[in-house]
Design a protein around this ligand. Structure first.
Ligand code: TYD
Ligand code: MG
Length: 458
C-alpha cells in the first residue's frame, strides 16, 4: 500500500489522523490539528549502522558486565540539581528540562555546564534561541566567562550532530531549546510535533550511541503542558520541571519522571543578580517572616521527597455575601480542601457553608501530601474563631472521612527539622507522639479532628 504523503497531527498530543477535524479525539484539544508531511523513515536506522555498533545482538542479562552497579553518572557539584537527577546526570541518557519562558532554564544549564567544564568534562552548549555571543555574555555576567564550555548557535539537527562529532566527543550536551530545532528528514515547519519528535529522536540516538549525556530544554505553555512536544516526555529518560513564581525569587526543580532516580525530590534555588543560588535551608525561606498573633496561620511540618520542609499554611474564613460562597486555593488541591471542609462540618459541627474560604501555601510552594490536612484544618478553625495558633507549634496528619487523624510517612525527619528551627510543640497523629519526644518536641496527640476543634475552641 502506498504511504500517505501527508498526515494530520495534533500539535498538543501528537495523535495522527488521516483527515482534518476541529477537535482532537485523543486529547480533546480544539483547533490543534495541523497538516504535516508524513515522517520519512528514520535515517541511520538501517541494519549497517546498528550492526556495526553491536546493537540488535542478543546478550544474556546475567552476563552483563556491571549490571549490578549503579548507572555511571556525571556530577555537577550543584547539590540542589544533583539531588533531583538522582545523584548526577547519567551517561547515555536524555533529560528534558521544562519550564515557563524566563523562569531560568538557560541560566541553570549555563551554570551546570560551567561547573562540569571546570571539572574537566567536555561540554557543548547549543543555543537555538540566542547567538553564541549572547550566551557568552550571560556566562560572563554570571562570573563563568573562564569556563571552557563550547558554545554553538544552531537549529538544524544535522548541523548540530556534525558539530558534536567534530573533535573530541563531548560528555555533556545542552540543546536550548527543542522547539527551535528542525531536521531536513521531515518537511514540516520547526516547532511542529513532527519536527520536534524527529529532532528529539535523532538526539536520543546520538546520546545512546555515544554515551554522552544530553539535556533538552522545552518551553511550557500557559496551561502548564510542555508545548507541543508532550510526545518527547515519553521518549526521554527523565523529565525535570523548573517552577516558580516569576514575581518571586525562588525556583523549584522537580523530577516528574526519572528512569534513574526518585521522582519526589525537589531542588530549591533563589534567582539573584548573580544567577541561581542554591537554597540549602528552604524551610527558613518558606516560613519567611511569620507574624505573631495572626489568626489563620499554621506551620505544616511537610516532606518533599527525602527532605523535610516547613511551610506556613494561611487560611482566611469570612462570612460570604454570595449565594455560593467562594472556595479559593493556592498551592494545594481544591478537592482536598473540600474534603477537609466537609469533615469539619459533618464530624465536628464547624459550619462553614455560609463563609468564603481562602487557603494559600505561603511563599508560592505547591504542597501535595495529605499530611497537610491537619495543618489546613487548624488554620481554618483558627481563622474562623479569630484566635491565633501558638507560634511554637507545627502540625501534620492525614484526616480521614470519619474525622480520624491518621499517621503519615516519616514523622522523624519532619520533627527533627521543626526542632532545628526552634519549634517546641507538635500537633500530630497519636502514633507519632513517641517520635516527637525523641526529636525533643512535646507532643500534642490529636486522635480526631473533633479533638483538635475542641482544643482550639477551649
Ligand atoms: P533564563 O535563564 O533566560 O530563562 P529561560 O531560559 O527559562 O527562558 O532567565 C531569564 C530571567 O532570569 C530573566 O528574567 C532575568 C533573570 N536573571 C536574573 O535575575 N539574574 C541573572 O543572573 C540572570 C542570568 C538572569
Ligand atoms: Mg532560555
Amino acid at each position: 500500500m502506498a504511504r500517505p504523503k501527508t498526515a494530520f497531527v495534533c500539535q498538543a498530543c501528537g495523535a495522527v489522523y488521516n483527515r482534518w477535524s476541529g477537535k482532537c479525539e485523543a486529547c480533546g484539544a480544539w483547533n490543534s490539528i495541523v497538516e504535516e508531511a508524513a515522517a520519512a523513515p528514520v535515517p541511520g536506522g538501517g541494519g549497517g549502522v546498528s550492526r556495526a555498533l553491536g546493537r540488535g545482538r542478543i546478550v544474556v542479562l546475567e552476563g552483563l558486565s556491571g549490571a549490578s552497579d549503579e548507572a555511571p553518572r556525571i556530577v555537577s557539584g550543584i547539590q540542589e540539581l544533583d539531588r533531583v537527577t538522582g545523584g548526577g546526570f547519567v551517561f547515555g541518557s536524555v533529560l528534558l528540562l521544562g519550564g515557563d519562558p524566563g523562569i531560568g532554564k538557560s541560566t541553570l544549564l549555563i551554570q551546570a555546564s560551567a561547573a562540569l567544564a571546570r571539572a574537566g568534562h567536555r561540554v557543548v552548549y547549543v543555543s537555538g534561541e540566542e547567538a553564541a555571543a549572547q550566551v557568552r555574555l550571560r556566562a560572563q555576567r554570571l562570573g563563568l566567562g573562564d569556563a571552557p564550555v563550547a558554545l554553538a548557535a544552531e537549529t538544524n539537527v544535522e548541523d548540530i550532530l556534525a558539530t558534536l562529532k567534530d573533535g573530541e566527543p563531548p560528555r555533556f550536551v545542552v540543546i536550548d531549546s527543542i522547539q527551535t530545532l528542525w531536521t531536513g528528514q521531515v518537511e514540516s515547519a520547526p516547532g511542529t510535533v513532527t519536527q520536534v519528535r524527529a529532532s528529539a529522536q535523532a538526539l536520543i540516538r546520538y546520546a545512546k550511541t555515544t554515551g554522552a549525556c544530553v539535556v533538552l530544554v522545552g518551553h511550557v505553555t500557559k496551561d502548564g503542558q510542555l508545548a507541543g512536544p508532550r510526545v518527547v516526555e515519553h521518549m526521554v529518560d527523565a523529565v525535570l520541571s523548573f517552577e516558580g513564581d516569576s514575581g518571586r525569587d525562588f525556583r523549584i526543580l522537580r523530577a516528574q519522571k526519572n528512569r534513574f532516580g526518585p521522582t519526589d525530590e525537589i531542588g530549591v534555588f533563589a534567582m539573584t543578580g548573580d544567577g541561581l543560588e542554591e537554597v540549602r535551608n528552604p524551610s527558613a525561606l518558606f516560613l519567611g517572616d511569620r507574624e505573631p498573633d495572626a489568626p489563620g496561620t499554621a506551620v505544616l511540618a511537610g516532606l518533599e521527597g527525602s527532605r523535610p520542609l516547613l511551610v506556613e499554611i494561611q487560611a482566611l474564613v469570612v462570612p460570604s455575601t454570595l449565594g455560593t460562597p467562594r472556595r479559593a486555593v493556592v498551592g494545594w488541591e481544591s478537592s482536598r480542601l473540600a474534603m477537609v471542609l466537609a469533615v469539619l462540618e459533618a464530624r465536628c459541627g464547624v459550619r462553614l457553608g455560609t463563609h468564603d474560604v481562602h487557603l494559600a501555601v505561603a511563599g508560592g510552594l505547591r504542597v501535595q501530601e495529605p499530611a497537610a490536612d491537619l495543618a489546613v484544618a487548624a488554620a481554618l478553625v483558627s481563622s474562623l474563631l479569630g484566635s491565633p495558633l501558638p507560634l511554637d507549634a507545627v502540625f501534620f496528619g492525614e484526616v480521614g472521612l470519619t474525622g480520624a487523624v491518621r499517621p503519615v510517612v516519616h514523622p522523624g525527619p519532619r520533627l527533627r527539622e521543626a526542632a532545628r528551627l526552634g519549634f517546641k510543640r507538635a500537633a500530630l497523629p497519636s502514633a507519632a507522639a513517641e517520635a516527637a519526644g525523641e526529636a525533643g518536641l512535646s507532643a500534642i496527640a490529636i486522635p480526631t479532628l473533633d479533638a483538635l476543634v475542641a482544643r482550639l475552641a477551649a
